[in-house]
Design a binder for this molecule. Sequence first.
Ligand code: FES
Length: 233
Amino acid sequence: MNKITFTIDGQACTAEAGQTILEAARANGIYIPSLCWFEGMKPAGSCRICTVRAGGRYMAACTQPVSEQMVIENMAPDLEDMRKALVEMLFVEGNHMCPTCEKSGNCELQALAYRYQMLVPRFPYDFPVRRVEPAGPKILLEHNRCIKCLRCVRGVKAKDGRRVFGALRRGGRKKIAVDLSLAAALSDRRAREAMDRCPVGSILKKEVGFIVPVGKRKYDATPIGSDLRKAEG
Ligand code: FES
């Protein structure tokens, strides 16, 4: 297979033809922040946290294929500030109460807020009125925390391949819906996978939830992206 050569923040990298910028970056040990991307799933390109710049153009690293001799900027201060602003927008658009959230320490949005040292968002809070939906015997849907990344819609499927979750409406009124009979039929393992696929604490598996205590969870011990060699600073 043809190898492609390119650079990210001046660092020489190689990729397989057809890889996206984000996949190629990770294969080269470089972290590009992401939220709606999930390994092994078709990318949606919806959150734009992964935005990079190449040849003066902005692009979503999770959907844009890397090309020969591409010169990619990832950690430019203006790109990082834009990502921080996107994280802040997600915080003000929903109701994210990290200290009382079951996903604290495992939450990718919270981990990105720590990464960007977010204290008070620069935007006013919306304080939307949203439901907590008991979606059958296995799943609880906490709409207050949903960031509409659609990872659940794309990735959580019943045994016969039907989608358990779907998206209703568009734009700012978009809402995740669940097929109650398919959700009820999920095995415990699949219900846990659904919970783990959600980057925030919007899908919770009933009864057990997260077994590892707060303080010992994934991002409590290791800041997001720090398992990859960083092209920072
Ligand atoms: Fe690329 Fe969301 S991770 S747009």
